[in-house]
Design a protein around this ligand. Structure first.
Ligand code: NAD
Length: 479
Protein backbone atom coordinates (compact mmCIF):
# COMPACT_ATOMS: atom_id res chain seq x y z
CA UNK A 1 0.00 0.00 0.00
CA UNK A 2 1.40 3.40 -0.92
CA UNK A 3 1.95 6.07 1.73
CA UNK A 4 -0.20 9.19 2.10
CA UNK A 5 2.85 11.42 1.65
CA UNK A 6 6.43 11.27 0.43
CA UNK A 7 7.45 13.39 3.41
CA UNK A 8 5.81 14.36 6.68
CA UNK A 9 7.58 17.12 8.58
CA UNK A 10 6.72 17.35 12.29
CA UNK A 11 7.12 20.94 13.43
CA UNK A 12 6.64 24.20 11.50
CA UNK A 13 9.43 26.32 12.99
CA UNK A 14 12.25 27.66 10.79
CA UNK A 15 13.75 24.15 10.44
CA UNK A 16 10.46 22.36 9.69
CA UNK A 17 8.64 24.87 7.50
CA UNK A 18 11.73 25.51 5.36
CA UNK A 19 12.24 21.75 4.98
CA UNK A 20 8.59 21.27 3.98
CA UNK A 21 8.68 24.05 1.38
CA UNK A 22 11.95 22.76 -0.12
CA UNK A 23 10.54 19.19 -0.25
CA UNK A 24 7.47 20.46 -2.12
CA UNK A 25 9.65 22.51 -4.50
CA UNK A 26 11.52 19.31 -5.30
CA UNK A 27 8.29 17.58 -6.29
CA UNK A 28 7.72 15.57 -3.10
CA UNK A 29 4.18 15.23 -1.76
CA UNK A 30 4.65 16.92 1.61
CA UNK A 31 2.68 17.58 4.77
CA UNK A 32 3.77 19.67 7.76
CA UNK A 33 2.17 19.06 11.16
CA UNK A 34 2.31 21.57 14.00
CA UNK A 35 0.52 21.88 17.34
CA UNK A 36 1.29 25.53 18.30
CA UNK A 37 -1.74 27.54 19.44
CA UNK A 38 -1.65 31.32 19.81
CA UNK A 39 -2.99 33.18 22.85
CA UNK A 40 -6.52 32.96 21.45
CA UNK A 41 -6.27 29.21 20.89
CA UNK A 42 -5.84 29.43 17.12
CA UNK A 43 -3.30 27.15 15.38
CA UNK A 44 -0.33 29.13 14.03
CA UNK A 45 2.76 28.21 12.05
CA UNK A 46 6.31 29.45 12.67
CA UNK A 47 7.19 27.75 15.98
CA UNK A 48 9.24 29.46 18.68
CA UNK A 49 11.15 31.74 16.30
CA UNK A 50 8.09 33.51 14.95
CA UNK A 51 5.73 33.23 17.91
CA UNK A 52 7.89 33.47 21.03
CA UNK A 53 11.50 34.01 20.01
CA UNK A 54 13.44 35.78 17.28
CA UNK A 55 10.64 37.87 15.79
CA UNK A 56 8.75 39.20 18.84
CA UNK A 57 12.04 39.80 20.65
CA UNK A 58 13.39 41.76 17.68
CA UNK A 59 10.17 43.79 17.52
CA UNK A 60 10.66 44.77 21.18
CA UNK A 61 14.40 45.31 20.75
CA UNK A 62 13.78 47.71 17.82
CA UNK A 63 11.00 49.57 19.60
CA UNK A 64 12.89 49.89 22.87
CA UNK A 65 16.01 51.06 21.05
CA UNK A 66 14.05 53.91 19.43
CA UNK A 67 12.59 54.79 22.81
CA UNK A 68 16.01 54.75 24.51
CA UNK A 69 17.63 56.84 21.79
CA UNK A 70 14.85 59.44 22.09
CA UNK A 71 15.31 59.48 25.87
CA UNK A 72 19.05 60.13 25.47
CA UNK A 73 21.93 60.32 26.33
CA UNK A 74 22.27 62.97 23.70
CA UNK A 75 24.25 61.52 20.80
CA UNK A 76 22.68 63.86 18.25
CA UNK A 77 23.21 67.45 19.37
CA UNK A 78 20.63 69.89 18.12
CA UNK A 79 17.65 67.59 18.58
CA UNK A 80 15.53 67.96 21.67
CA UNK A 81 12.25 66.37 22.53
CA UNK A 82 9.59 67.02 25.11
CA UNK A 83 6.65 64.95 26.19
CA UNK A 84 8.09 61.53 25.37
CA UNK A 85 5.82 58.76 26.60
CA UNK A 86 5.53 55.00 26.34
CA UNK A 87 2.29 53.14 25.59
CA UNK A 88 3.35 49.56 26.31
CA UNK A 89 -0.03 48.12 25.32
CA UNK A 90 0.36 49.66 21.85
CA UNK A 91 3.93 48.33 21.63
CA UNK A 92 2.72 44.81 22.48
CA UNK A 93 -0.12 45.09 19.98
CA UNK A 94 2.27 46.10 17.24
CA UNK A 95 4.62 43.23 18.15
CA UNK A 96 1.67 40.85 17.74
CA UNK A 97 0.78 42.43 14.36
CA UNK A 98 4.31 41.72 13.09
CA UNK A 99 4.15 38.12 14.36
CA UNK A 100 0.71 37.50 12.83
CA UNK A 101 1.71 38.91 9.44
CA UNK A 102 4.72 36.61 9.33
CA UNK A 103 2.95 33.47 10.56
CA UNK A 104 0.16 34.07 8.02
CA UNK A 105 2.92 34.47 5.44
CA UNK A 106 4.08 30.87 6.06
CA UNK A 107 0.52 29.66 5.54
CA UNK A 108 0.49 31.45 2.17
CA UNK A 109 3.88 29.95 1.28
CA UNK A 110 2.56 26.47 2.14
CA UNK A 111 -0.44 26.99 -0.14
CA UNK A 112 1.60 28.37 -3.03
CA UNK A 113 4.15 25.55 -2.80
CA UNK A 114 1.57 22.82 -2.28
CA UNK A 115 2.53 21.82 1.28
CA UNK A 116 -0.42 20.30 3.15
CA UNK A 117 -0.81 21.92 6.57
CA UNK A 118 -2.07 19.69 9.37
CA UNK A 119 -2.87 21.14 12.81
CA UNK A 120 -2.51 18.94 15.88
CA UNK A 121 -0.06 17.02 18.00
CA UNK A 122 1.92 14.35 16.13
CA UNK A 123 3.36 11.12 17.52
CA UNK A 124 5.56 8.83 15.45
CA UNK A 125 4.62 5.15 15.47
CA UNK A 126 6.40 2.21 13.79
CA UNK A 127 6.58 2.06 9.96
CA UNK A 128 6.38 5.86 9.77
CA UNK A 129 2.76 5.99 10.81
CA UNK A 130 2.16 9.45 12.23
CA UNK A 131 -0.75 9.82 14.65
CA UNK A 132 -2.16 13.33 14.88
CA UNK A 133 -4.33 14.29 17.80
CA UNK A 134 -6.58 17.07 16.51
CA UNK A 135 -7.02 20.22 18.59
CA UNK A 136 -10.80 20.48 18.09
CA UNK A 137 -11.86 17.07 19.34
CA UNK A 138 -8.72 15.17 20.42
CA UNK A 139 -9.61 12.61 17.74
CA UNK A 140 -6.59 10.85 16.26
CA UNK A 141 -5.97 10.68 12.52
CA UNK A 142 -3.23 8.48 11.12
CA UNK A 143 -1.03 9.47 8.17
CA UNK A 144 1.78 7.48 6.57
CA UNK A 145 4.91 8.71 4.81
CA UNK A 146 8.00 7.37 3.07
CA UNK A 147 10.11 9.81 5.07
CA UNK A 148 9.48 11.64 8.33
CA UNK A 149 11.44 14.70 9.43
CA UNK A 150 11.34 15.60 13.14
CA UNK A 151 11.73 19.34 13.69
CA UNK A 152 10.10 19.74 17.08
CA UNK A 153 12.52 22.41 18.37
CA UNK A 154 13.36 23.21 21.97
CA UNK A 155 11.75 24.63 25.08
CA UNK A 156 13.06 26.86 27.91
CA UNK A 157 14.91 24.96 30.61
CA UNK A 158 13.49 24.96 34.07
CA UNK A 159 15.52 25.04 37.29
CA UNK A 160 14.22 23.82 40.67
CA UNK A 161 15.53 27.01 42.31
CA UNK A 162 13.10 29.19 40.33
CA UNK A 163 9.88 27.53 39.22
CA UNK A 164 7.98 29.42 36.53
CA UNK A 165 4.64 30.75 37.84
CA UNK A 166 3.79 32.65 34.65
CA UNK A 167 3.29 35.89 36.57
CA UNK A 168 6.24 36.99 38.69
CA UNK A 169 8.63 34.27 37.59
CA UNK A 170 8.58 33.81 33.82
CA UNK A 171 10.58 32.14 31.07
CA UNK A 172 11.68 33.74 27.80
CA UNK A 173 8.11 33.56 26.45
CA UNK A 174 6.65 35.38 29.46
CA UNK A 175 9.45 37.95 29.26
CA UNK A 176 8.07 39.11 25.91
CA UNK A 177 4.58 39.70 27.22
CA UNK A 178 4.88 42.00 30.26
CA UNK A 179 1.96 44.40 30.43
CA UNK A 180 3.88 46.90 32.53
CA UNK A 181 7.52 47.84 32.94
CA UNK A 182 8.78 46.14 36.12
CA UNK A 183 10.64 48.58 38.36
CA UNK A 184 13.03 45.86 39.56
CA UNK A 185 13.73 43.08 37.07
CA UNK A 186 15.93 40.10 37.90
CA UNK A 187 17.22 37.73 35.25
CA UNK A 188 18.81 34.35 35.93
CA UNK A 189 21.42 33.75 33.23
CA UNK A 190 23.46 36.36 31.35
CA UNK A 191 23.37 34.40 28.09
CA UNK A 192 21.80 35.41 24.80
CA UNK A 193 18.20 35.60 26.04
CA UNK A 194 19.12 37.24 29.35
CA UNK A 195 21.05 39.98 27.60
CA UNK A 196 18.47 40.62 24.89
CA UNK A 197 15.52 40.70 27.29
CA UNK A 198 17.54 42.63 29.87
CA UNK A 199 18.32 45.23 27.20
CA UNK A 200 14.66 45.60 26.22
CA UNK A 201 13.37 46.20 29.75
CA UNK A 202 16.37 48.32 30.78
CA UNK A 203 15.63 50.64 27.85
CA UNK A 204 11.98 50.92 28.90
CA UNK A 205 13.10 51.90 32.40
CA UNK A 206 13.52 48.75 34.52
CA UNK A 207 16.42 48.45 36.91
CA UNK A 208 17.89 45.17 35.61
CA UNK A 209 20.10 42.71 37.49
CA UNK A 210 21.50 39.65 35.70
CA UNK A 211 22.69 36.79 37.89
CA UNK A 212 25.10 34.57 36.00
CA UNK A 213 26.51 31.38 37.53
CA UNK A 214 29.70 31.25 35.46
CA UNK A 215 32.77 33.35 36.22
CA UNK A 216 33.28 34.15 32.54
CA UNK A 217 31.01 36.47 30.54
CA UNK A 218 29.69 34.83 27.33
CA UNK A 219 32.21 31.96 27.21
CA UNK A 220 31.69 31.05 23.52
CA UNK A 221 32.38 34.61 22.35
CA UNK A 222 35.89 35.86 21.50
CA UNK A 223 37.38 37.35 24.69
CA UNK A 224 38.16 40.82 23.25
CA UNK A 225 34.61 41.15 21.92
CA UNK A 226 33.03 39.90 25.16
CA UNK A 227 35.11 42.35 27.23
CA UNK A 228 33.97 45.36 25.17
CA UNK A 229 30.34 44.17 25.29
CA UNK A 230 30.43 43.67 29.07
CA UNK A 231 31.80 47.17 29.64
CA UNK A 232 29.17 48.70 27.33
CA UNK A 233 26.28 46.81 28.91
CA UNK A 234 27.37 47.85 32.38
CA UNK A 235 27.63 51.48 31.19
CA UNK A 236 23.99 51.22 30.05
CA UNK A 237 23.03 50.23 33.58
CA UNK A 238 22.72 46.46 33.25
CA UNK A 239 23.92 45.13 36.61
CA UNK A 240 25.67 41.95 35.44
CA UNK A 241 26.91 39.80 38.32
CA UNK A 242 29.17 36.91 37.41
CA UNK A 243 29.72 33.89 39.67
CA UNK A 244 26.21 34.42 41.04
CA UNK A 245 24.42 31.07 41.23
CA UNK A 246 20.76 31.26 42.14
CA UNK A 247 19.87 28.72 44.82
CA UNK A 248 16.36 29.72 45.93
CA UNK A 249 13.44 32.00 45.11
CA UNK A 250 10.57 32.87 47.41
CA UNK A 251 7.45 34.62 46.18
CA UNK A 252 6.44 37.16 48.83
CA UNK A 253 3.94 40.01 49.16
CA UNK A 254 6.23 42.70 47.83
CA UNK A 255 8.09 40.70 45.20
CA UNK A 256 10.15 37.63 44.53
CA UNK A 257 13.13 37.20 46.82
CA UNK A 258 16.11 35.56 45.13
CA UNK A 259 18.96 33.95 47.03
CA UNK A 260 22.22 33.53 45.18
CA UNK A 261 25.72 32.51 46.16
CA UNK A 262 28.45 34.98 45.26
CA UNK A 263 32.08 34.92 46.41
CA UNK A 264 31.20 32.05 48.75
CA UNK A 265 28.51 34.01 50.56
CA UNK A 266 24.75 33.97 50.20
CA UNK A 267 23.07 37.18 49.04
CA UNK A 268 19.43 38.13 48.66
CA UNK A 269 17.71 40.52 46.27
CA UNK A 270 14.04 41.28 45.72
CA UNK A 271 12.53 41.80 42.27
CA UNK A 272 9.10 42.65 40.89
CA UNK A 273 9.63 40.14 38.10
CA UNK A 274 12.17 37.43 37.47
CA UNK A 275 13.08 35.99 34.08
CA UNK A 276 14.61 32.51 34.01
CA UNK A 277 16.92 32.32 30.97
CA UNK A 278 19.25 29.41 31.73
CA UNK A 279 19.21 27.68 28.36
CA UNK A 280 16.84 25.56 26.29
CA UNK A 281 16.38 21.81 26.02
CA UNK A 282 15.42 19.77 22.93
CA UNK A 283 11.77 18.68 22.58
CA UNK A 284 12.64 15.04 22.01
CA UNK A 285 10.28 13.51 24.57
CA UNK A 286 6.70 12.46 23.84
CA UNK A 287 7.18 12.49 20.06
CA UNK A 288 7.42 8.74 19.53
CA UNK A 289 5.36 5.79 20.70
CA UNK A 290 7.22 3.39 23.05
CA UNK A 291 7.82 0.89 20.20
CA UNK A 292 9.90 3.43 18.24
CA UNK A 293 13.49 3.33 19.47
CA UNK A 294 14.85 6.75 18.69
CA UNK A 295 18.43 7.06 19.97
CA UNK A 296 19.09 10.18 22.02
CA UNK A 297 22.34 11.87 22.98
CA UNK A 298 23.34 13.18 26.37
CA UNK A 299 21.15 16.19 27.10
CA UNK A 300 18.23 14.71 25.18
CA UNK A 301 19.00 15.76 21.61
CA UNK A 302 18.11 13.23 18.91
CA UNK A 303 21.10 11.34 17.55
CA UNK A 304 21.54 11.73 13.77
CA UNK A 305 24.16 10.60 11.25
CA UNK A 306 25.90 12.85 8.70
CA UNK A 307 22.72 12.85 6.59
CA UNK A 308 20.54 13.83 9.57
CA UNK A 309 18.98 10.36 9.60
CA UNK A 310 18.08 9.11 13.08
CA UNK A 311 18.50 5.57 14.42
CA UNK A 312 15.11 4.80 12.79
CA UNK A 313 15.48 4.31 9.02
CA UNK A 314 13.61 6.92 6.96
CA UNK A 315 13.25 9.23 9.96
CA UNK A 316 15.35 12.40 10.04
CA UNK A 317 15.79 15.14 12.63
CA UNK A 318 16.85 18.79 12.21
CA UNK A 319 17.03 22.08 14.12
CA UNK A 320 17.08 22.62 17.89
CA UNK A 321 16.05 19.00 18.57
CA UNK A 322 19.50 17.79 17.41
CA UNK A 323 22.93 18.84 18.66
CA UNK A 324 24.57 22.12 17.68
CA UNK A 325 23.80 25.79 18.21
CA UNK A 326 20.09 26.48 18.75
CA UNK A 327 19.77 28.98 15.91
CA UNK A 328 16.92 29.41 13.44
CA UNK A 329 19.25 29.76 10.44
CA UNK A 330 21.13 26.58 11.41
CA UNK A 331 17.80 24.70 11.48
CA UNK A 332 16.71 26.17 8.13
CA UNK A 333 20.01 25.15 6.52
CA UNK A 334 19.55 21.60 7.84
CA UNK A 335 15.94 21.60 6.60
CA UNK A 336 17.04 22.49 3.07
CA UNK A 337 19.84 19.92 3.11
CA UNK A 338 17.56 17.09 4.32
CA UNK A 339 14.92 17.91 1.68
CA UNK A 340 17.59 17.66 -1.00
CA UNK A 341 18.93 14.38 0.38
CA UNK A 342 15.40 12.89 0.48
CA UNK A 343 14.93 14.02 -3.14
CA UNK A 344 18.10 12.12 -4.09
CA UNK A 345 20.26 15.21 -4.40
CA UNK A 346 23.32 16.35 -2.50
CA UNK A 347 22.58 18.33 0.67
CA UNK A 348 25.12 19.75 3.07
CA UNK A 349 25.61 22.35 5.81
CA UNK A 350 28.88 24.11 6.47
CA UNK A 351 28.81 24.22 10.27
CA UNK A 352 32.18 26.01 10.36
CA UNK A 353 30.82 29.34 9.19
CA UNK A 354 27.37 29.55 10.81
CA UNK A 355 27.06 33.10 12.16
CA UNK A 356 26.03 33.80 15.75
CA UNK A 357 24.42 37.09 16.74
CA UNK A 358 23.33 38.75 19.97
CA UNK A 359 20.92 41.59 19.23
CA UNK A 360 21.96 43.97 21.98
CA UNK A 361 23.27 47.52 21.65
CA UNK A 362 26.01 47.24 20.54
CA UNK A 363 25.30 44.00 18.68
CA UNK A 364 27.68 41.05 18.79
CA UNK A 365 28.20 38.86 15.73
CA UNK A 366 30.75 36.25 14.89
CA UNK A 367 31.59 33.39 12.57
CA UNK A 368 34.30 30.75 12.57
CA UNK A 369 36.91 30.26 15.28
CA UNK A 370 37.63 32.62 18.14
CA UNK A 371 41.18 33.45 19.20
CA UNK A 372 40.81 31.11 22.19
CA UNK A 373 39.64 28.30 19.85
CA UNK A 374 42.72 28.73 17.64
CA UNK A 375 45.06 28.92 20.60
CA UNK A 376 43.57 25.75 22.11
CA UNK A 377 43.84 23.93 18.78
CA UNK A 378 47.45 25.09 18.29
CA UNK A 379 46.57 26.68 14.93
CA UNK A 380 49.05 29.41 13.89
CA UNK A 381 47.21 32.68 13.20
CA UNK A 382 47.52 36.41 12.72
CA UNK A 383 45.07 38.99 14.04
CA UNK A 384 43.70 42.13 12.42
CA UNK A 385 41.72 44.65 14.45
CA UNK A 386 39.83 47.81 13.67
CA UNK A 387 38.00 49.83 16.33
CA UNK A 388 34.80 51.70 15.47
CA UNK A 389 36.31 54.85 17.03
CA UNK A 390 38.44 55.07 13.87
CA UNK A 391 35.44 54.73 11.52
CA UNK A 392 34.10 57.98 10.08
CA UNK A 393 30.64 56.48 9.66
CA UNK A 394 30.52 55.17 13.24
CA UNK A 395 31.54 58.60 14.51
CA UNK A 396 28.85 60.31 12.43
CA UNK A 397 26.32 57.89 13.88
CA UNK A 398 27.56 58.44 17.43
CA UNK A 399 28.14 54.68 17.66
CA UNK A 400 31.84 54.40 18.36
CA UNK A 401 31.71 51.45 20.76
CA UNK A 402 32.86 48.60 18.58
CA UNK A 403 35.61 46.44 17.20
CA UNK A 404 36.13 44.16 14.22
CA UNK A 405 38.62 41.38 14.86
CA UNK A 406 39.70 39.15 12.01
CA UNK A 407 41.74 35.98 12.44
CA UNK A 408 43.64 34.51 9.50
CA UNK A 409 45.89 31.48 9.21
CA UNK A 410 49.50 32.57 9.70
CA UNK A 411 50.77 30.63 6.68
CA UNK A 412 47.89 30.37 4.19
CA UNK A 413 46.21 33.68 5.21
CA UNK A 414 42.79 31.97 4.96
CA UNK A 415 40.22 33.74 7.14
CA UNK A 416 39.46 31.48 10.12
CA UNK A 417 37.13 33.70 12.13
CA UNK A 418 35.60 37.16 12.26
CA UNK A 419 34.24 38.70 15.46
CA UNK A 420 32.39 41.98 15.65
CA UNK A 421 30.93 44.06 18.44
CA UNK A 422 29.30 47.27 17.27
CA UNK A 423 26.43 48.91 15.42
CA UNK A 424 24.90 46.68 12.73
CA UNK A 425 27.23 43.78 13.53
CA UNK A 426 24.36 41.41 12.66
CA UNK A 427 24.40 42.69 9.07
CA UNK A 428 28.16 43.20 8.76
CA UNK A 429 28.88 39.57 9.62
CA UNK A 430 27.31 38.37 6.34
CA UNK A 431 30.36 39.62 4.44
CA UNK A 432 32.61 37.54 6.66
CA UNK A 433 30.44 34.45 6.21
CA UNK A 434 30.60 34.79 2.42
CA UNK A 435 34.36 35.34 2.56
CA UNK A 436 34.77 32.17 4.63
CA UNK A 437 32.41 30.16 2.38
CA UNK A 438 34.68 31.08 -0.53
CA UNK A 439 37.77 30.32 1.56
CA UNK A 440 38.94 33.90 1.10
CA UNK A 441 42.20 35.15 2.54
CA UNK A 442 42.52 38.35 4.53
CA UNK A 443 44.31 39.70 1.45
CA UNK A 444 41.19 38.98 -0.68
CA UNK A 445 39.11 41.11 1.68
CA UNK A 446 41.82 43.76 1.85
CA UNK A 447 41.84 44.02 -1.97
CA UNK A 448 38.05 44.43 -2.10
CA UNK A 449 36.86 48.03 -2.40
CA UNK A 450 34.33 48.99 0.27
CA UNK A 451 32.09 52.06 -0.04
CA UNK A 452 33.04 55.11 2.00
CA UNK A 453 31.79 56.08 4.50
CA UNK A 454 30.29 52.80 5.71
CA UNK A 455 30.66 50.58 8.73
CA UNK A 456 31.75 47.79 6.37
CA UNK A 457 35.04 49.63 5.90
CA UNK A 458 35.87 48.40 9.40
CA UNK A 459 36.01 44.84 8.03
CA UNK A 460 38.22 46.06 5.20
CA UNK A 461 40.57 47.83 7.60
CA UNK A 462 40.66 44.80 9.95
CA UNK A 463 41.68 42.67 6.95
CA UNK A 464 44.38 45.20 6.04
CA UNK A 465 45.60 45.25 9.61
CA UNK A 466 46.32 41.48 9.51
CA UNK A 467 49.36 42.31 7.38
CA UNK A 468 50.12 45.62 9.09
CA UNK A 469 48.60 47.72 6.28
CA UNK A 470 45.60 49.36 7.96
CA UNK A 471 45.38 53.00 6.92
CA UNK A 472 43.11 54.58 9.51
CA UNK A 473 44.57 53.04 12.65
CA UNK A 474 48.08 52.37 13.91
CA UNK A 475 49.15 48.84 13.01
CA UNK A 476 50.50 46.48 15.60
CA UNK A 477 52.43 43.34 14.88
CA UNK A 478 50.76 40.11 15.91
CA UNK A 479 53.40 37.59 14.83
P1 NAD B 1 22.40 30.48 27.17
O1 NAD B 1 23.01 29.15 27.25
O2 NAD B 1 22.86 31.44 26.14
O3 NAD B 1 22.60 31.23 28.60
C1 NAD B 1 22.12 30.70 29.82
C2 NAD B 1 23.03 31.17 30.95
O4 NAD B 1 22.41 30.85 32.20
C3 NAD B 1 24.39 30.50 30.95
O5 NAD B 1 25.39 31.48 30.85
C4 NAD B 1 24.42 29.74 32.29
O6 NAD B 1 25.69 29.75 32.88
C5 NAD B 1 23.42 30.53 33.13
N1 NAD B 1 22.85 29.77 34.27
C6 NAD B 1 22.38 28.49 34.27
N2 NAD B 1 21.90 28.15 35.52
C7 NAD B 1 22.07 29.23 36.31
C8 NAD B 1 21.77 29.54 37.70
N3 NAD B 1 21.19 28.64 38.53
N4 NAD B 1 22.08 30.76 38.19
C9 NAD B 1 22.66 31.68 37.37
N5 NAD B 1 22.96 31.46 36.07
C10 NAD B 1 22.67 30.26 35.52
O7 NAD B 1 20.82 30.24 27.09
P2 NAD B 1 19.62 31.23 26.78
O8 NAD B 1 20.06 32.65 26.90
O9 NAD B 1 18.51 30.76 27.66
O10 NAD B 1 19.29 30.91 25.27
C11 NAD B 1 18.83 29.61 24.91
C12 NAD B 1 19.16 29.26 23.48
O11 NAD B 1 18.41 30.05 22.58
C13 NAD B 1 20.62 29.44 23.17
O12 NAD B 1 21.10 28.30 22.53
C14 NAD B 1 20.65 30.60 22.22
O13 NAD B 1 21.65 30.48 21.25
C15 NAD B 1 19.26 30.59 21.59
N6 NAD B 1 18.87 31.97 21.29
C16 NAD B 1 19.52 32.62 20.29
C17 NAD B 1 19.22 33.94 20.04
C18 NAD B 1 19.95 34.66 18.95
O14 NAD B 1 20.44 34.01 18.05
N7 NAD B 1 20.07 35.97 19.02
C19 NAD B 1 18.29 34.61 20.80
C20 NAD B 1 17.65 33.92 21.81
C21 NAD B 1 17.96 32.59 22.04
Amino acid sequence: MSSDFDVIVIGAGPAGYVCAIRCAQLGLKTACIDDWLDSSGQPVLGGTCLNAGCIPSKALLENSEHYASLKGPDTHPGISLQGLSLDLAAVQQDKQRIVTELTNGIDTLFSSNGVERINGRATLHPERHVHVSQHENNKVRVYTAEHVVIATGSRPMDIPAARIDGHRIVDSTGALDFDDVPARLGIIGAGVIGLEMGSVWNRYGSEVTLLEAQDMFLPPVDRDIAAIALAEFRKQGLDIRLEARVTETVNGDSGVCVTFSHTEEDHEMEFDRLIVAVGRSPCSDEITSPEVELALEQGGSIHVDEHWETSVPGVYAIGDVIAGPMLAHKGSAEGTAVAEIIAGQHGEVNYASIPGVIYTEPELAWTGSSEQDLRNAGTPYRVGRFPFTASGRARAMGKTAGLVKLLAHRDSDEILGVHIVGENASELIAEAVIAMEFKASSEDLALTIHAHPTLSESLHEAALSVSGQAIHVANRRTD
